[in-house]
Design a protein around this ligand. Structure first.
Ligand SMILES: [Zn+2]
Length: 236
């Protein structure tokens, strides 16, 4: 059976979505999306679903929530990157990060329309260059139980709702989402899901937490599985 749809005995991760979904990006960005932002490496799995579909914790753990956005610059011109003439902003938007003490791994859920009210929101910091940097994501996992913005969630608990925050296209996305009919995102609504470990050199993502590449009928580009020796490649 492909993936784990429910929180079951001795399965580490459950899917973050329920019901019908499409996987729209895998370990490497599709050529279509590369045209928009120019990036190669995706480092997660995108599950597309209608706006406001619930998103579920993939395992028990300490959850924190914040917002991130980066304007980014074209490597060649040094100017802000544009797509169809509009400035592209890219970040996790409203996101939840969960630390799972049982495995010492993290999962992260990005581009949420909104975050569950149960999880306290830690306001991002605004840097001079316009970046909005999330708060709380560098806390030592050992300190999470004493961190007022962290809360314990169970596998399968709703942590937020599917959206397209952080994928801005010449509009501000924080603190209030604009009317998405007037200000559409450059991408479809989805949850960006990733699993990672953190060490002294930073975070290292797991390439394929749900074995999508092994049984890839749901993966949109069977020939597009990533390159051998990719930095950050981590297969169970
Ligand atoms: Zn993504």
């Amino acid at each position: 059976m492909w993936g784990y749809t429910l929180c079951m005995d001795n399965k580490y991760l459950a899917l973050p979505v329920r019901g019908k979904y499409r996987i729209t990006e895998g370990w490497l960005y599709s050529d279509q999306e590369k045209k928009i932002h120019g990036l190669d490496f995706h480092g997660g799995v995108d599950f597309a679903q209608p706006r406001n579909s619930p998103v579920f914790a993939a395992a028990d753990g300490w959850a924190i929530a914040s917002y991130s956005l980066n304007p980014f610059f074209d490597e060649k011109t040094g100017k802000l990157r544009r797509f169809r003439g509009k400035i592209v902003g890219m970040g996790l938007g409203n996101f939840v990060q969960i630390y799972h003490p049982q495995t010492k791994r993290f999962t992260q859920y990005g581009h949420l329309e909104k975050i569950s009210e149960k999880i306290p929101f830690a306001k991002p910091r605004k840097l001079k260059d316009g970046r909005l940097i999330p708060m709380g994501h560098k806390i030592n996992p050992r300190d999470l139980k004493n961190y007022p913005k962290a809360i314990w969630v169970r596998c399968g608990e709703v942590i937020g709702y599917v959206g397209d925050s952080g994928l801005t296209w010449e509009y501000n996305d924080y603190p209030n989402r604009p009317d998405h009919k007037k200000h559409p995102s450059w991408d479809e609504t989805h949850v960006h899901f990733e699993e990672f470990v953190r060490n002294s050199r930073g975070a290292k993502q797991r390439r394929d937490p749900f074995a999508i590449y092994d049984t890839n009928e749901k993966y949109p580009w069977p020939g597009h599985k990533g390159r051998k020796g990719d930095d950050g490649l981590w297969i169970k």
